[in-house]
Design a protein around this ligand. Sequence first.
Ligand SMILES: *Cc1c(COP(=O)(O)O)cnc(C)c1O
Length: 419
Amino acid sequence: MRPDLLARLADAQAERARASLLRRLRTVDAVEGATIVVEGRRLLDFASNDYLGLAQHPALRETLARAAARWGVGAGAAHLLGGHRDEHAELEAALARWTGRERALLFSTGYMANLGVVAALLGAGDLCVQDKLDHASLIDAARLAGCTFKRYVHGDVASAARQLDTEPDAAALLATDGVFSMDGDIAPLRELARLARERQATLMVDDAHGLGVLGADGAGSVAEAGLSQDDVPVLMGTLGKALGVAGAFVAGSAALVDGLVQSARTFVYTTALPPALAAATRVAIDIARHEGWRRDHLRRLVTHFRTGAHARRIALLESRTPIQPVRVGDSAAALALSRQLAEAGFFVPAIRPPTVPKGEARLRVALSVRHAEGDVERLLDALASAGASLPADTAVPETPSTPAPLPRARARRGRGRKA
Ligand SMILES: *Cc1c(COP(=O)(O)O)cnc(C)c1O
């Protein structure tokens, strides 16, 4: 007899619940500044990727409304079939200028951008080498491409080299997140660029969490590392995180973009982003580029959080970005901590497998310009009260209090991930 698909799904659900891995969809009823109302409870939101506070920005709202009045709500068609409006073209030009690339191409989401570009570049017989902690969309992209897929130890360039060397004659894409979404650390981009050049591989960086946050004018982790289009020929960024809107892009040479227009299936076979969103995103880029105080404020919050966590014996991961995970380990414990924080008025989600490796459940604290230092202080107190502090007889891993660049620290891997 054939297995029943829906019954099998229900079994998996029960299994997840037993392992404290069940995820629950919660409806947010209101957003005001850094506060969200979830199921009748007002919580200070430490979960959002709206790092620069742009999702609620009045200038973006006004532009969106004005552009909707001009263009209507939806694009109504795929880019190649009449959906490509001048708002899209202008946004692509602005993204290319900002990231220092020749051209950029819009996609509807980051997930689709990754699927589209990787599957357009690679096929059977080719090689994709990725960091173990790359985003799910990059992993799925390699699977979709049907290429040989190898993963290397997180942040370990020598391990990446070994994986590239398993197929020395295959056309190869080396792909990494710029900032790791659940860890907050930054890939060793300069070393990876050197490796890619030595091994004739093409380097791709997914900068979903670096764009707007890192680099002098917010152009991201690749800009901060001083890497050109030659160093990182494929740059992907998203518009729904620090830019506060929705969508994504791939930037690089004219040859790359022209090729993607023909062959990236997630570009060709989908409706173009609403043009009004493209218009709002251009305003978001202007603000992200020119209002450096937003990044300064974020850096102060990061320092404040890390210093305060260290004083309270709260173990963090090694991160200088607004993503500041609190180490927990056990999924049930992470869930219990998250619930206690909610009782105390803070929304901090527990991140559990399979989003993170087994035994590495954590609370993912995301800092935003919308937070004040006092908010961070209150969160730290709540974390300590909820029992996130380590016992007095255990060593708290060193958490550098100054978010200065950590150029070589990545070579040391013993960050106690298994703790
Ligand atoms: C969020 C994220 C994506 C997906 O972007 P969406 O626009 O949300 O689909 C891709 N890569 C990374 C690293 C991300 O964090």
